[in-house]
Write a protein that binds this ligand. Structure first.
Ligand SMILES: NC(=O)c1ccc[n+]([C@@H]2O[C@H](COP(=O)([O-])OP(=O)(O)OC[C@H]3O[C@@H](n4cnc5c(N)ncnc54)[C@H](O)[C@@H]3O)[C@@H](O)[C@H]2O)c1
Ligand SMILES: O=C(O)C(=O)C[C@]1(C(=O)O)C=C[C@@H](O)C=C1
Length: 365
């Protein structure tokens, strides 16, 4: 079944980014959307991302092959029963929620296992709303797919196709396992970041010197404390059991560090930093989800004086901005190769076309 008509309930950061990615790759997809803020929906129509504006859940959904739930997790689960009467045969509902057990349990309670496949893109931002969505937000990030016991291969492969289409890397996972993993690598970090920021707020002096002097270290590990409270309250409440287990382990590890500090146990404090450094360094920066999308290609060209400037002039004449240009030192592609990076995919594709016209030898990265 082809997913020619797709609806989005909630069109914020994640819904908006998926819709943009789909429209970029398959512009003839008919996209319907509903969200709380009407003005942003109108903007999405103006941008050519949404074709049909919905006033709520209703008859129009009967036309849809695929329905994305992209609101905070508890609202996603509530929408299931409302949407159920409007599902056409073969249609599936999916969601993008950060927790999965809660919605899967609601799916079972409603007897909708054959109509639902869960999803969760493992990328995002502390920013919210359609206005911050981009067609490349989820590129190079894992897109976790959580089937039900009744999900068919065909249904799962439809979600895999969508994930691939938007540049993500699909990964099928059991929904309970998903929630334990994300408790440790996503939900606890949000609690740590927010509680640390609140600790500094409570400990600062009247002149606010802590706030003023906070530098890279503090800012690096607290960026996510600016995330949406509505979204994170719902994530924590729907994964409270896993989160409690992980939080208790974390508190125990903090208490251990406290004991070591008080006892002047410098060996153990050294080991804390040594172990974490080695493990953190073993997270390849090439791990999907950690790297920014790379819009670059290589040009194999003669190593002649002026070669770079000739190429730059060709691109500049077409108004194409280059983000970075440099000689490739690994020489895998032969002598005089140049790596050119661009700000987005569209610019990169355009540059490729222009250089092809001048018969440059191009290699995709
Ligand atoms: N932000 C992230 O980093 C991230 C990453 C992966 C998954 N998620 C998940 O994606 C979902 C959406 O998060 P987001 O970051 O896009 O949030 P967002 O605030 O940017 O967008 C939420 C959208 O839902 C709409 N909405 C909220 N309540 C609604 C309701 N009751 N009915 C209809 N529309 C409603 C809002 O108007 C908005 O369009 C959440 O379930 C979240 O757990 C978030
Ligand atoms: O980068 C961020 O701002 C995020 O918080 C993204 C992040 C996370 O890594 O925890 C947040 C929630 C999601 O469900 C998936 C990704």
């Amino acid at each position: 079944m082809s997913d020619a008509t797709i609806a989005f309930i909630g069109l914020g950061l994640i819904g908006g980014s998926i819709a943009r990615g789909i429209k970029r790759e398959k512009p003839d997809t008919k996209i319907m959307a509903y969200m709380r803020t009407r003005s942003r929906l109108l903007q999405a129509k103006e941008d050519g991302i949404v074709d049909v504006l919905l006033d709520g859940i209703g008859e129009e959904l009967r036309e849809c092959d695929l329905i994305f739930l992209c609101t905070p997790v508890e609202y996603n689960a509530k929408y299931l029963s409302e949407i159920k009467p409007f599902l056409k045969p073969g249609a599936i509902i999916t969601d993008v929620g950060s927790t999965k057990t809660d919605i899967h349990e609601e799916v079972s309670r409603l007897g909708m296992e054959s109509k639902f496949v869960g999803g969760h893109p493992m990328a995002g931002s502390e920013k919210t709303g359609y206005e911050n969505s981009t067609d490349h937000l989820l590129e190079n990030a894992y897109y976790i797919i959580t089937p039900t016991q009744a999900s068919t291969e065909e249904q799962v492969s439809r979600l895999v196709r969508i994930a691939n289409m938007i540049g993500s890397i699909p990964l099928v996972l059991n929904y309970r396992e998903h929630d334990f993993i994300t408790a440790a690598i996503s939900h606890l970090p949000h609690i740590v970041a927010s509680s640390l920021v609140n600790l500094v707020k409570a400990s600062d002096n009247e002149e606010g010197l802590m706030k003023r002097l906070a530098a890279g270290g503090f800012k690096d590990i607290t960026r996510i404390a600016s995330s949406s409270p509505e979204m994170w309250e719902q994530i924590c409440m729907t994964n409270s059991q896993n989160l409690s287990v992980i939080l208790e382990r974390y508190i125990a590890s903090l208490n251990q560090i406290l004991g070591e500090l008080k006892a002047n146990d410098n060996q153990s404090v050294y080991q804390l930093f040594e172990t974490s450094r080695d493990y953190r360094n073993s997270f390849s920066e090439k791990v999907p989800g950690l790297i920014a999308p790379d819009y670059s290609f290589t040009v194999d060209m003669a190593d002649e004086v002026g070669a770079i400037s000739t190429l730059s002039v060709i691109l500049a004449a077409k108004g194409i901005s280059i983000k970075n240009i440099g000689i490739n030192h690994n020489r895998e592609h032969g002598e005089g190769t140049l790596r050119i990076a661009f700000y987005d995919k569209e610019t990169m594709d355009n540059a490729w076309k222009q250089l092809e016209r001048y018969h440059y030898d191009l290699i995709s990265n």
